[in-house]
Design a protein around this ligand. Structure first.
Ligand code: ACO
Length: 325
């Protein structure tokens, strides 16, 4: 009998502090940085984002999203065989954010580790969990994307600081004999490592380099649009399905124009694309599971529908997961 992995519950968490573009523009104006709601909405589709409180780390957001996903799946943390957290903004250099989440969920013993693939992190993590479930070594996994990008933004750089937000999204994935995840497809190309990066590191007790986000927006835009179409088509081909079979496209929420362009290439109307970038900004590894949870909880996504999840991010990394919800 075939063995599949299937999403049995979703959850998400957004920190309480919400900033509209006008709020952010007012904060930035005090630093002498000029921006406007009009510019941000027109170029990105973003209207608001959430920022974590000073005492909140990625693991706090992740644990809350994880708790909600466990509740939706009707299982306890003690029943998990695996915890993976996708994040580029871990609480510490080590231990992993996943081990902190495990502790905060009140469980112990199962393997827990982080995956670092920036905005594609959740797609990578779900791919790893799927492979471990299919191999038979894992029955139930908690896969989380969690970020506090507000900590790595340069609030003097208006070309990047208006784009990102904080949050977490999670799914419980369980083994079963019905699909489930139908196909996964992940890639990387390190030749593009410099167009989106945080070029800092810890050495000798100090932070060296420049530990804030740097991006060549136009280069990112061009690459993102091409690879998002490619990876979606690769997953569809592996599953023997067509773009017209997809019920919902749940892309990484970086920029509405990238999403519109991807939807056009896949011949999908924008009504079939789950869009949360307007309210969340770009939450990197958290954006896909956050969008998924929003559309599951508001009733748009229903059991049996075909979902295309896809992401692209620093590295460059990209990939997709095609699944029957
Ligand atoms: N407010 C007001 N003006 C601004 C702002 C701002 N926040 N940021 C830039 N500008 C100005 C620039 O200074 C420039 O002014 P100038 O013409 O006088 O020099 C003008 O706007 C145009 O700047 P560009 O950088 O050329 O703007 P562009 O149209 O390329 O839009 C953007 C920038 C939104 C970043 C775009 O390149 C983009 O969407 N790129 C995709 C990158 C992305 O979404 N990254 C997210 C992370 S990557 C990922 O998640 C995959």
């Amino acid at each position: 009998m075939s063995r599949y992995s299937r999403i049995s519950g979703t959850g998400s968490y957004l920190p309480a502090r919400r900033l509209t573009n006008a709020d952010l523009a007012a904060d930035l104006a005090q630093k002498g940085v000029e921006t406007s709601d009009e510019w941000i909405v027109e170029r990105t589709g973003i209207r608001a984002r959430h920022f974590a409180a000073a005492e909140q780390g990625s693991s706090d957001l992740a644990a809350e999203a994880g708790r909600r996903a466990l509740e939706a799946a009707g299982i306890t943390a003690a029943e998990l065989d695996l915890i993976i957290v996708a994040t580029s903004t871990p609480d510490m250099v080590f231990p992993s954010t996943a081990t902190m989440v495990q502790y905060k969920l009140g469980s112990a013993g199962c393997p827990a580790f982080d995956v670092q693939a920036v905005c594609s992190g959740f797609i990578y993590a779900l791919t790893v969990a799927d492979a471990m479930i299919q191999s038979g070594s894992v029955q139930r996994a908690l896969v989380i994307g969690s970020e506090v990008f507000s900590r790595i933004l340069d609030f003097k750089d208006r070309t990047t600081c208006v784009l990102f937000g904080d949050g977490a999204g999670a799914v419980v994935v369980e083994a079963g004999d019905q699909p489930g995840i139908l196909a996964t497809d992940i890639h990387a190309d390190g030749r593009h490592r410099d167009i989106l990066c945080v070029p800092g590191h810890v050495s000798g007790g100090s932070v060296l380099g420049d530990p804030v986000l740097k991006m060549d927006g136009q280069a990112v835009f061009k690459l993102a649009v091409g690879v998002l179409e490619e990876t979606a088509r690769a997953s569809l081909a592996k599953a023997g399905l067509q773009d017209s079979d997809i019920d919902w496209l749940i892309p990484h929420q970086a920029n509405i124009r990238i999403m519109q362009s991807t939807a056009r290439k896949l011949k999908m109307p924008l009504e079939k694309v789950v869009v949360t970038v307007d309210q969340h900004g770009n939450t990197s590894a958290a954006s896909i599971p956050l969008a998924l949870d929003v559309a599951v909880r508001d009733g748009r996504i229903r059991r049996g529908q075909l979902l295309m999840l896809e992401g692209v991010g620093g590295g460059f990394t990209w990939g997709s997961v095609l699944l029957r919800y």
